[in-house]
Ligand binder design. Sequence first.
Ligand SMILES: [Zn+2]
Length: 288
Amino acid sequence: MSGKYRSLAALLLLPLLLASCIRLPSDGGDETGEGNGGDKKPPSYHENMTYQYQTEVDEDVLMTDLSAAYLVLANKSSPVGEDYTPEDLVALSSAVIASWHQATGLLLDACAAAALYEMLDEMRAAGVTDICVTSAYRSYARQQQLYETYLARELATISEDAYRALGYSYIKTNYLDAGKSKLSYADAARVVLSYSAYPGTSEHQTGLCVDFITDEMGGELTEAFEESAAFAWLSKNAYKFGFILRYPKGKEGVTGYTYEPWHYRFVGREAATDIYCSGLTLEQYLEK
Ligand SMILES: [Zn+2]
């Protein structure tokens, strides 16, 4: 089948795929209703899913056994700690990493890296080429260094991030009206923690997630990523490769992070499908 007809066939199959995605798990009938805490079984949308790919995808690399290793949780209330180092890190191919990382390289879990390559190949086949990886594995020491750099920055001046994180009226009352031009240590830390992780709590320490960026963004990781063709493609397809949008819009209260359209986490295809189709965050999925 030519590429054109294959995409046409994929288009015709789309409603079917969406239908299988919104179908509730077959163990319905729970009187407490969905998501009320009565059902402890994780959703199992992947069982009814038919995956379609344009490229020759090695499906083995997308699947995990839903084991704890790929579902490790690293967040503010569940830190992995200083000693956590992933076992199987590999250097990412220079073809997929941002130009400013070419000299030092980036590391990622081997399985996540293999799935990432399959995903980027498929994305390229769909005509989306402006995308690369700007962060992957980050050690505890590196996160500590970043945290301290950001803290120094927030202590130096009241930034746009400070207004976003603390609110204009808070800053006006406590700083501007009081003639202060610099944040207190506690407020500066609050601002930093709204966009960066405290050492030991970053998901990047697991080696299972990446931050994407496009050339068009000029090296700055911002919500502009949401406007990219890459984001549009990822929003529909990342789960088929085992990746989830980790910090979705409107879920700040659960994840502890503001919306990050660029941050994708590998959990394996089954869990990613269940999380994508149910609209849960990783925290909520693991709680079930
Ligand atoms: Zn990230």
